[in-house]
Design a protein around this ligand. Structure first.
Ligand code: ATP
Ligand code: MG
Length: 408
């Protein structure tokens, strides 16, 4: 049927059934009339949504895109995310560091060079041999230092690492560290404590870093540990802090660099490991100017020295020279910083104790290193007032009351 035929038929229908058509038209008109308010309201809602919600969604979207871009930029090319500005150092940062108890950081980005072994044995050495109250801090989520220093009953349980999270996350205070979460270190006869670490800390650090990069943190997360370690509570209750670093530039390690007074860099006496010393120190040096200008390099220490004799093998001699060159290029006089006279020998009892404890007899292996670090880092100053059993000046002058206790 064509269009004109359709129109004709409709006209005839309307003429024939005029009352019915009028009735249907009226009912439809009435319904539409009733619905007018409803449609008006819908239209108004759409307009409102467009005007307000879409606009705020657009601005939220722009904000998210900007945060995402900030994260992308942070990881771009050679960027060192840790040099991000502004740098907000804590009040009295320089004065606190310069009057601080020794805070020794054992670090190297190369893995398996003996950092944890040295940190655990030094903590035991300073506590038992020098009668110091040591605060040992494990910043590696592998928890190796914890495995070596935790008392046997705590060691094998899954641990949430709350204390270290609050230290690095900036929600802890010295009270939490020294008293609420106290875990005495293995073999401790003083009030030496361990801040232990476990897997849970790895995720926490990642989250902390992202929150800081996207600007969700108002504090400067690089100095959270410094704020706690430089507080009177820690300074008056401990004689020394020893920190075991992970082999990665994590929030924990950056905090440790900003909080520490001295850096100890172990390396294995082989070329592969010796080459990394200079590279590590170059990275630290770049960050030092902006972030932690008071950190001193204490020692670069060769570990796992070979065959049980005093003699250096040719490869070990080459490794030492390589490390000295690396230090000279990046920090200063390599022969001064690389301590040739305190090389740590490879010893079976040390390897056997890995991850389960510290062998008290084997701690003697670390005595020469411990003594040199003690001489270098212990400050000759009167002890502050308070309930300290012995003054630092006595210890620094070599009072021997605490010596000879290692194997007892
Ligand atoms: N003087 C030593 N004699 C024998 N074995 C040692 C000695 N020093 C370290 N080791 C062994 O070498 C391995 C690596 O040591 P350690 O865990 O201390 O290195 P690390 O630098 O802390 O490693 P990571 O980078 O993974 O944290 C361990 O199995 C440890 O027992
Ligand atoms: Mg380790």
């Amino acid at each position: 049927m064509s269009l004109s035929q359709l129109i004709e038929t409709s006209k005839e229908f309307a003429q024939a059934y005029y009352p019915l058509v009028a009735l249907i038209t009226t009912v439809i008109g009435f319904i539409l009339g009733l619905r007018t308010g409803f449609w008006t309201r819908i239209l108004r809602k759409i307009a409102d949504f467009w005007r307000t919600d879409v606009r705020s969604l657009k601005s939220q979207n722009a904000e998210l895109a900007e945060k995402l871009q900030r994260v992308r930029d942070a990881f771009d090319g050679d960027n060192n995310i840790w040099l991000r500005t502004p740098v907000i150092r804590p009040d009295r940062y320089s004065a606190s560091l310069q009057s601080s108890i020794p805070i020794l950081l054992v670090a190297n980005l190369k893995g398996g060079v003996g950092k944890t072994t040295i940190a655990a044995n030094l903590a035991t050495y300073f506590e038992r041999r020098k009668g110091e109250r040591v605060l040992a801090i494990d910043l590696d989520h592998q928890g190796s230092l914890s495995s070596m220093l935790l008392p046997d009953d705590v060691q094998r349980t899954e641990r949430p690492a709350e204390a270290v999270k609050s230290l690095i996350g900036g929600v802890g205070d010295a009270g939490i560290v020294s008293f609420a979460q106290r875990i005495p270190i293995l073999h401790s006869r003083k009030d030496s404590l361990l801040i232990e670490c476990d897997d849970a800390f790895g995720n926490y650090e990642m989250r902390l870093l992202l929150e800081w990069l996207i600007g969700d943190r108002s504090d400067d997360i690089r100095y959270n540990l410094a704020c706690v370690l430089h507080s009177p509570d820690i300074q008056q209750n401990f004689d020394r802090v020893i920190i075991d670093a992970p082999p990665r530039m994590t929030p924990g390690l950056v905090n440790a660099l900003c909080a520490s007074t001295h850096l100890v860099v172990p390396f294995v006496l082989d070329i592969l490991s010796a080459e990394r010393v200079g590279l590590f120190l170059r990275t630290v040096r770049k960050m030092r100017g902006e972030l932690f200008p008071y950190l001193e390099l204490a020692a670069v220490v060769g570990t796992l020295k070979g065959d049980g004799t005093e003699r250096l093998r040719e490869t070990e001699e080459k490794a030492l020279r390589e490390a000295e060159n690396g230090v000279s290029k990046t920090w200063g006089n390599g022969t001064y910083y690389v301590w040739r006279d305190v090389l740590i020998p490879r010893r079976q009892p040390i390897a056997d104790a890995a991850g389960v404890g510290v062998d008290l007899a084997a701690v003697t292996t670390f005595e020469p290193l411990g003594q040199r670090l003690f001489d270098l880092t212990t400050r000759l100053q009167p002890a502050p007032s308070g309930p300290r059993p012995r003054s630092r000046i006595e210890r620094a002058q070599g009072n021997r009351a605490y010596e000879g206790q290692l194997s007892s």
